[in-house]
Design a protein around this ligand. Sequence first.
Ligand code: G4P
Length: 534
Amino acid sequence: MSSPSIAAAAAEVLPQAARRRTFAVISHPDAGKSTLTEALALHARVIGSAGAVHGKAGRRGTVSDWMDMEKARGISITSAALQFEYRDAVVNLLDTPGHADFSEDTYRVLTAVDAAVMLIDAAKGLEAQTMKLFAVCRHRGIPVITVVNKWDRPGKDALELMDEVSERTGLVPTPLTWPVGIAGDFRGVLDRRDGSYHRFTRTAGGATIAPEEVLTAAAAEAREGVDWTRAVEEGELLDATEADHDQERFLAGETTPVIFASAVSNFGVGALLDVLVDLAPPPSGRPDADGAVRKLDDPFSAFVFKVQSGMDAAHRDRLAYIRICSGVFERGMVVTHATTGRPFATKYAQHVFGRERESVDVAYPGDVVGLVNANALSVGDTLYVDAKVQFPPLTTFAPEYFAVMRGKDTAKFKQFRRGIGQLDSEGVAQVLRSDRRGDQAPVLAVVGPMQFEVAQHRMESEFGAPVELDRLSYTIAVRTDAASAPAVAAARGVEVLEREDGELLALFMDKWDLRSLQQRSPELTLEPLVAAQL
Ligand code: G4P
């Protein structure tokens, strides 16, 4: 029997889900993701406390705290969600850890969002990490909004950037705004939807929301002269090339709306929020492992997309981040853990952003909740109430770093084995084995080298099994099968290992070795894993 408050909240599920916009930013380090996040937080705060103007000190609050904590802990504590209201929507921005802590978690965040914002540095265009993350978005078919950032600095030509987006991602760019003034001479943007001119104004250090002056085309021409005429002409060129926004094609992952911005000056941030609210999709029902859809207003269900253990052994707070798929979440409710069939009490549920941990009382589909003391939960696990559901396992991604892990103390083999099993189930690293290497020296495969440090630290501090790691020089893993494995393993510089899920992976030093074997023996099964090199 559901409690009366749950019944009341259940009536709210569909309208509340429809208000949610859950997204992540995909970008390469330095493109301006933190700056943009900060600008979004600023927008949210100012809107939340009408008319309040925050100086630089206030503005620094949320996001830099978050970073301090990362530094103090030595790993990213992020992948938390920033939640705020904008217009009548509730926006959930999930963090995608980048830099050195780029890891499988970064990819997994993308399994928990309904849309992505692809943030590009105007001078650099599409960079490696952006492309890797984009591959996951494409695999999931989630809609992507493109933001060309740093237009206040010298950079590439706008049309050239559109060509690059279209050639490298296969998405048709449909610019909603078009820059007036070349990169480095940002005058403002032409709004292609109504032909108006939004003039770019700077505020001191971008600490407040940039006031946007909106002018008519005639006023824009009088003010900006040739820069305006050029923007209009380029806009006409775009009109001729199917570059207009088409909601259906956007939602199908075929086109990408584009806006031009300067996150550091807060210009384009409001426009991005409007695009998210107006165009990005709200949560929808999620298919379960059998392909049946768990509808938004079905009883509560969620899946774990990230598990995080405190690096501090004294505070073993293990947080599991869940994305709600259906129904209402109420703090304190007892849910069923699908893997074990056991009950799990959600007494401690939090929104975590930076140091501010706020208790969550009620949450709806699209929201992210951090569950504390979640020792029983692993990445990919399903939680539900009433009607049983099991969501499909989360995809694992193509690792690029490999190392052999050995216990330093052979007497601790039991602890070693238990630790390895746990790290594997949490997705800290993929564990690969072969007869040749034996049980005592499995290979750890990760997408970012930081994961090795986390694994090593946890083996010692949490499982009491000190280990050493020997890095291997492989950089690529592809899928092979039992029939091809002997021939693949016989090639020079190649090794075949088995992953926990039974998948056979062939490791290569580099893509040339892989290509040459593919050319010599086209009959062998050598398939890329998800998010493999593009
Ligand atoms: P990231 O999280 O994607 O790694 O990037 P981050 O926001 O840290 O931004 C990287 C650098 O780019 C920062 O400069 C930031 O100020 C700058 N930046 C971000 N957006 C814009 C923009 O729209 N225009 C310009 N001109 N710069 C931008 P930094 O020198 O590394 O740091 P700081 O000293 O400015 O804080």
